[in-house]
Design a protein around this ligand. Structure first.
Ligand code: BMA
Length: 812
């Protein structure tokens, strides 16, 4: 036996040592208590309020396991624990062996002396993280302000636990505890592999040298053979390891011309397996060969910001990622895969792992490597100031070096970013505004530790100080300064501006901008109880909205753009439509400014619980309208149309590596669907560019709309269609019409309408899955077939399962 998995059913006990029941590990205490019926689901009603005691209590989990005498003979036994959340004392056979205090470090505990042949016990005692945070804050030499507007538990910036566990403006406060990765007991010969990083050197002739940098540890001074294998080749060496200082080996392989790994939409994602072996231990890494640079060159506007992969300048299209669920037990590989697959289906090529959650699980990065999603990786610091005391810096230094080494071999990791909004938050707290010198120096000391950790452990990758940030040593206003660096543009949502306000900035790279909507009716039915609660301002609905001004803003926006909807389901539909239109306005405009603008990552992809939020996929994994729009507005060839000074200006965007011959077809219709005029214009849109393709005088009356298609290779794909109202939709007399649905095969439906139906949205409520398209225009005589993709194991809907919404019926 070389290793023993300790995953499975552990026993949970309370602070007094009383047995509570089984606790599956990997997993969390809350989920065990829910399964035991001790607490309700935090997602339903207002249950969250009644379970705050769980996060404030101490808990213990334990199990027994058998170890044979042979397994122990002359072996080095090491208990490996990762994703331990957070303050935990580890007992083996009642002997205290370690006190853990960081959720972001892998703990490897020598248990050789403590184990015995036969039955052994392992107990892990968790103490409440919130109390420890407060105790640490008291010991600070000066106050370190924390994220008051988000966290409901004070001082979480003192401890290395996901910051959003204490509540966020899209999430609940559970202060979960547990172990979220498989605990493993290793039996090594005498030495073990501590870290493996595979670096790549690309040569001008297309050949690549792969370099394995290997860190080794041993129980006693020893020399071991090391082998490095990749792409059918192997190299061997000997490594000296000292018990006190460990050892290192660097092995290189020339591997000819490998197939290159590309971001999604730009090419394939071939992965090669690298294997590093010493007697008794093996490490495997999936390698994708690609070059990647972050290009920040000075130019007339300021400085560029984009990713260049294999020599191609990539427009980053994507969204921000928050933890996949508030209950870690619910974060399965299937859930992660479903979310990231949906990101790629929506033509995304980048995900930003936001700094208030986890350095994600291996399954997350496995999916990104496999799917071609570049990862903008924040370090886990968000929206607070952080200490610069020696003990805190030492603790995060360990964390950073561990995480960078853990992830650096992955092709998906594109950038290491120091934090989320920590520079900006200097301005949020009275205490740091009043003594900016002190807090800026404090920030710089803290941020330099991150910078140094990146330089030392992953010199091939770029360190970016903070998101947002105008550049190295730039402490300007990256919420508004669009001349360089990445921008968080929040004025439309947080300052209640019109969607047109997105036209006032031309970000070099917009890494956050968002607009809220209600979740799907499937989600609402599950958490809100009876119909009497189906109202935006019912107590339960307000409880599932964590941005104080959120619902007012949604309602206010609706009044600006649409007629007041006649029922709650229409309200939910409209809330999702306006979110989609807001984000679409920004993305099409910024993409049309390519190559000045080179990135649009909206806030946010997913949800941790069923709530009103900025997500495009709700907690039930239902696609909101935004996600369907994202699939179109992120399409590789797309149009951007904009009303400007009485004109309708159309630009075409090309993300392909070659010129696209494109015909712009613009049709204007009156509101009953009669064609008024049609124009065509041909243009060659150069590779990786956006150019103007048509301009026409636009009407001043609200009596017509425009349908613009980009015809490529003779095909006017609906994916590329843009529909423009020359004024806000509420001013148009939309025809009353019913959309008819016909089954045309398993999961295939023909939708048609006798008068124009706008933003037609079919839903198969209660059946997990999504359509290939939604929120599109149906013109008379131009029916559409939509196809449903059911989640694995789900039945296909029939026409009778579908509900259809469209804009013209929301107020009738
Ligand atoms: C941002 C993020 C989050 C937050 C979001 C919505 O700037 O970094 O902190 O949830 O805005 O307010």
């Amino acid at each position: 036996m070389t290793q023993l998995s300790l995953a499975g059913s552990w026993q949970l006990s309370d602070a007094k040592g009383e047995a509570v029941g089984p606790c599956p590990i990997p997993g969390d205490v809350h989920s065990a208590l829910i399964a035991l019926g001790r607490i309700g689901s935090p997602y339903e009603g207002t249950n969250e309020t009644d379970m705050q005691w769980v996060g404030e209590a101490s808990w213990e989990i334990g199990r027994t396991f058998d170890v044979s005498a042979e397994a122990l003979a002359n072996r080095w036994a090491v208990l490996e624990l990762e994703f331990v959340d957070t303050f935990a004392e580890v007992f083996v056979n009642d002997q205290s062996l370690a006190k853990l205090g960081s959720c972001f470090i892998r703990h490897r505990i020598d248990v050789t002396e403590a184990l015995r042949p036969g039955a052994n016990t392992l107990r892990i005692r968790f103490s409440p993280a919130g109390a420890e945070a407060i105790a640490r804050a008291k010991r600070q030499p000066f106050p370190i302000p924390w994220s008051v507007s988000n966290n409901r538990v004070p001082d979480l910036n003192m401890i290395r636990k996901p910051q959003s566990h204490g509540g966020w403006d899209w999430g609940l406060c559970l202060m979960v505890a547990g172990i979220y990765a498989e605990p493993v007991l290793h039996f090594y010969d005498a030495a073990r592999i501590e870290a493996v990083q595979i670096r790549q050197r690309h040569h001008a002739d297309g050949t690549v040298t792969a370099i394995a940098e290997i860190e080794l540890l041993a129980q006693a001074d020893i020399t071991v053979p090391v082998a490095f294998e990749l792409a059918g080749k192997t190299v061997r060496a000997e490594a000296k390891i000292s018990a006190e200082h460990g050892g290192k080996a660097t092995l290189s392989l020339d591997i000819g011309k490998p197939e290159l790994w590309w971001p999604a939409g730009h090419g394939d994602q071939p992965l090669y397996e690298a294997v590093v072996t010493i007697p008794g231990d093996t490490a495997r890494r999936k390698i994708g060969f690609r070059t990647l640079e972050v290009v920040t060159e000075k130019d007339e506007a300021g400085a560029s910001m984009f990713f260049r992969v294999n020599g191609i300048d990539i427009f980053s299209k994507g969204a921000n990622w928050i933890p996949a669920d508030a209950l870690p037990s619910a974060i399965t590989t299937e859930r992660i895969d479903a979310l990231l697959t949906a990101a790629v289906e929506a033509n995304m090529n980048m995900i930003r792992v936001w700094g208030g959650g986890f350095y994600e699980f291996d399954a997350f990065y496995d999916a990104c490597d496999r799917l071609g999603l570049l990862v903008w990786q924040d370090m886990m610091f968000s929206c607070s100031q952080y200490p610069s005391t020696p003990d805190f810096l030492a603790e995060i230094d360990l964390e950073l070096r561990y995480q960078i080494k853990r992830l650096s071999s992955r092709p998906s990791i594109a950038l290491w970013c120091g934090d989320n909004e920590v520079i900006g938050s200097l301005n949020w707290f009275e205490i740091s505004r009043n003594n900016r010198d002190r807090y800026l120096v404090n920030y710089d000391r803290f941020n330099r530790v991150i910078d140094q950790a990146v330089q030392d452990t992953d010199p091939d990758r770029r360190f970016w100080p903070s998101s947002p940030c105008n550049g190295d040593m730039d402490y300007g206003d990256a919420w508004h300064d669009d001349s360089s660096g990445d921008l968080h543009f929040w004025d439309v949502w947080h300052s209640n501006k019109n969607f047109d306000h997105y036209y006032t900035v031309k970000p070099r790279f917009c890494s956050e901008f968002g607009f809220q909507s209600f979740p799907s009716m499937t989600g609402i039915r599950a958490f809100a109880g009876g119909r009497e609660n189906w109202n935006a301002t019912s107590p339960v609905m307000e409880f599932h909205q964590r941005d104080g001004a959120g619902n007012s803003r949604i309602i206010d926006t609706m009044a600006r753009y649409f007629r007041v909807p006649s029922g709650f389901e229409s309200f939910v539909y409209l809330s999702q439509l306006q979110q989609a239109l807001a984000i679409e306005t920004a993305v099409r405009y910024w993409r049309s400014q390519k190559p000045h603008s080179m990135g649009a990552l909206y806030w946010q992809l997913n949800d941790v619980w069923p709530a009103v939020s900025w997500s495009s996929i709700d907690h039930s994994l239902a696609w909101k309208t935004l996600h369907y729009h994202a699939k179109r507005f992120f399409a590789p060839v797309a149009l951007a149309a904009r009303m400007l000074d009485g004109k309708l200006v159309v630009r075409a965007i090309n993300d392909r590596h070659e010129t696209v011959a494109l015909e712009t077809r613009l049709r204007s219709f009156d509101l009953d669907g009669t064609l008024i005029a049609e124009r065509h214009a041909k243009a060659n849109v150069p590779a990786d560019r956006a150019i103007e393709v048509m301009t026409i005088p636009a009407p001043t009356a609200q009596d017509r709309f425009y349908v613009i298609d980009a015809v490529v290779d003779g095909v006017a794909s609906p994916e590329r269609q843009v529909v423009v109202f020359p004024d806000v939709p509420k001013r148009f007399e939309l025809p009353a019409t019913e959309v008819s649905v016909q089954d045309v095969g398993p999961g295939r439906f023909l939708l048609s309408s006798e008068a124009p139906a706008f933003h037609v949205r079919a839903e198969a409520e209660g059946i997990p899955g999504h359509f290939d398209d939604a929120s599109f225009l149906l013109l008379p005589g131009e029916p559409r077939i939509v196809t449903f993709k059911a989640e694995p194991g789900q039945r296909m809907p029939t026409a009778a399962d579908l509900t259809i919404h469209h804009l013209g019926e929301t107020y009738r």
